[in-house]
Design a protein. Structure first.
Length: 317
């Protein structure tokens, strides 16, 4: 590890939660590398997932860093923990937020610029037919067992999709959902369904996320959109997904220079999608993908760091 003045770079041991999804796994590895080589930290990765890490950080201030937490569902509890000094908010790590909703291929959107919203697409079931069901629009559901199934099914009913000539097709897994996209692109035919970003497949298969016809209604989201037994769903938009880094109060107070990095570094969905596609294509783990990012995108990460720390990171690559 590079020698550095303790007053500016030493930050002791820092434990970083390595979450179990692609973008968070890679950012955890990026943080480990930069905190170790740029700031002289003894940076280690520890296992993490959304619920256990949230509960541990708000209750005990451990671990020190959660690189990627979807905060909307926990905002009140996080604000309370922050007021008590257990945690602090770092950067909005996904600068443009996680993006969930209904998507269509970009080539279809380019050919039909009049299709901008979900209702615009539902007015054209003929564009989303599949072999064997001519004229019947097929909408792909969220993968089986995921919580988003509830929202997709309620929105499908709320927008009257069945009455407009659509069938909601199940997706047995995320792999099956991805395969349906690959098949549609291979044949250059229509596709509509649930998807999310960041993910590598959107770098391989360019898609457009449809706008909703109404603004997001939090009361309706909680009353019905997210409820499995709701009998009267109303049109709604997908909840905004703000994604932040959380930092323990201990680390913030002990390591102000490193905290400045964690409070400022963020990346956009298009960058994350390209990195995740490289990870997928190369069957790489988070550490390898982090090094790929650091070697390939210096114009992004150098802006997160003071020049001296950036040079230390560059020398370590």
């Amino acid at each position: 590890m590079p020698a550095a003045k303790a007053t500016t770079t030493s930050c002791g041991t820092v434990r970083i939660a390595a979450m179990n999804w692609g973008s968070a796994e890679v950012m955890a590895a990026i943080d480990r590398f930069i905190l170790a080589h740029g700031f002289g930290c003894d940076a280690v990765l520890v296992p993490g997932d959304t619920m256990s890490t949230f509960e541990s950080m708000t209750g005990r201030g451990e671990p020190d860093v959660a690189p990627e937490i979807f905060v909307n569902q926990f905002r009140d509890e996080l604000d309370e923990a922050a007021s008590r000094g257990r945690i602090d908010y770092g950067a909005k790590v996904l600068a443009d937020g996680s993006q969930e909703g209904f998507w269509i291929p970009k080539y279809l959107a380019d050919a039909h610029p009049e299709i901008r919203t979900l209702s615009d697409a539902l007015a054209r079931p003929d564009l989303f037919a599949e072999p064997g069901e001519p004229g019947k629009g097929i909408m792909r559901n969220c993968p089986f067992g995921w919580g988003c199934q509830i929202m997709v099914e309620n929105l499908f009913r709320a927008y009257g999709a069945e009455g407009r000539g659509f069938r909601l097709a199940p997706s047995d897994s995320s792999a099956a959902l991805d395969a349906s996209i690959a098949e549609a692109f291979a044949e250059k035919r229509g596709w509509i369904g649930y998807y999310w970003s960041p993910t590598g497949i959107l770098a391989r298969y360019p898609m457009k996320r449809l706008a909703f016809d109404v603004p997001f209604d939090r009361e309706e989201w909680l009353r019905c959109t997210t409820q499995p037994d709701c009998t009267d769903p109303k049109p709604n938009a997908w909840t905004p997904a703000d994604v932040y880094t959380l930092v323990s109060g201990r680390f913030e107070r002990a390591s102000p220079f490193a905290m400045r990095y964690l409070a400022s570094r963020s990346w956009r969905n298009d960058t994350v999608n390209r990195v995740l596609l490289w990870k997928e294509d190369n069957h790489a783990d988070g550490e390898a993908a982090a090094r790929h990012f650091l070697k390939s995108y210096p114009s992004i990460w150098r802006g997160w760091l003071p020049p001296e720390a950036a040079e230390r990171v560059a020398r370590a690559l």
